[in-house]
Design a protein. Sequence first.
Length: 191
Amino acid sequence: MRRVGGLVMLIPNGSPARLFATVRERYANAYRRARLQVRARAKSRALAADPIASDPEEGSIAPLIVGMLALLLLIGSVTVAITGAYLQTQHLQDVADAQANSITRTMRTPDEASGSAAWEYASAYLAEVQPGQDFQALRLENVSVDSDHSVHVYLSARIRPPLLSILVPDGIEVTAHGSSRLKTSQGPSTD
């Protein structure tokens, strides 16, 4: 026991300096706890006011999902556009092959196999079949008959693939070449 001023104090285990050190330490701990509680209350009020900011990592998956969906949509639209262009080009190729075959079937003898006669037959075929409904600006570019009596037909047209017509409003110019050989002998073919 010790007398300080008019007070009598009990000092366990030692000196007053040690006593003041423990009091200061307890006060500092209590002060830290009070500040942490004030901060926690302020944070809980802020989170209650803004529910999105409750977790800083929450919501970071949404941009990833949107990006992946946009990428899948882009890949799908490019695939559709390429497939559409390919199918329309193949259709023009089929028309050119059918036209060349029709010309060789129309010509009966090798004497008829001339460029002007082939051109007339090709024009008549296009007028009869009217494949221009499928193509924009379908043109007969060239019709020729070579020395071995093969007929060559060159067509050109503008195609409008799906989804690409927005980017290319005039369409895409494509050409096709069809050929067929005039059968000059009777009987089964040896080709």
